[in-house]
Design a protein around this ligand. Structure first.
Ligand code: ARG
Length: 222
């Protein structure tokens, strides 16, 4: 996992432990399978190559299932629904919609679905300067510092950050989702046994209420 992505995966600054929804999810899956799970923190940029070359057995990192990625890795059944949102500074009233990005400076995390969505907007003829960052927190920091007008990222981390720092950020939720995305756990294509086991465990933790408990721990019960 690229553990720079609360509330899905991040390192607790005090304990130095991995924490988050994905961390709890993988622990629960491992427990069902009678396996011990070990977490590795890797840069998003190299996360798929690292799986393909067997540096680790799977990726659970709020990763959206996409056709392109599915050419390189296999994905588990979807475990989470997400969409892109626009984040702006809390005191900025200029941006309400993707059209308002025209002429602005926009940040994304390199190689994410936010990056792909922003590239699509450019192709559709909405003109803005696009800056790509190695991590999502790097992009959010540059937004806070005034070097960006907006950041395009997944709703989960956006809402988390806006809740944690309401004086810095607000999330633009238009009347229609910008994208429909599903997160999946990625496994190397030559490891169908693990994929099957993960899907089975995922099914079991959904059925026995474990998934719901983890969901409520990180996102509340509403
Ligand atoms: N869902 C987006 C994608 O798949 C962003 C995921 C970024 N995850 C992370 N741990 N940095 O491209």
């Amino acid at each position: 996992m690229d553990a720079t992505y609360p509330p899905f995966e991040y390192i607790n600054e005090t304990t130095k432990e991995f924490e988050g929804f994905d961390v709890d999810l993988m622990k629960a899956i491992a427990q069902k399978l009678g396996l011990k799970v070990e977490f590795k923190n890797v840069a998003w940029e190299g996360i798929i190559p690292g799986l393909v070359t067997h540096q680790y057995d799977c990726i659970c990192s709020a990763m959206t299932i996409t056709e392109e990625r599915a050419k390189q890795v296999d994905f588990s059944d979807p475990y989470f629904i997400a969409s892109q949102v626009i984040v702006v500074r809390a005191d900025d009233d200029r941006i309400h919609d993707v059209k308002d990005l025209e002429g602005r400076v926009v940040g994304v995390q390199l190689g994410t679905t936010g990056d792909f969505f922003a590239e699509d907007l450019l192709k559709q003829g909405i003109h803005f300067e696009l800056k790509k960052y190695k991590t999502t927190p790097d992009a959010l920091l540059d937004l806070k510092n005034g070097n960006l007008d907006a950041v395009i990222i997944d709703n989960g981390i956006a809402l988390w950050m806006a809740k944690k720092c309401p004086e810095d950020y607000k999330v633009i939720t238009g009347n229609k989702s910008l994208t429909h995305e599903e997160y999946g756990i990625a496994v190397a294509k030559d490891n169908p046994e693990l994929l099957k086991a993960i899907n089975q465990a995922l099914k079991e933790i959904k059925e026995d209420g474990t998934y719901q408990k983890i969901y409520e721990k990180w996102f509340g019960s509403s």
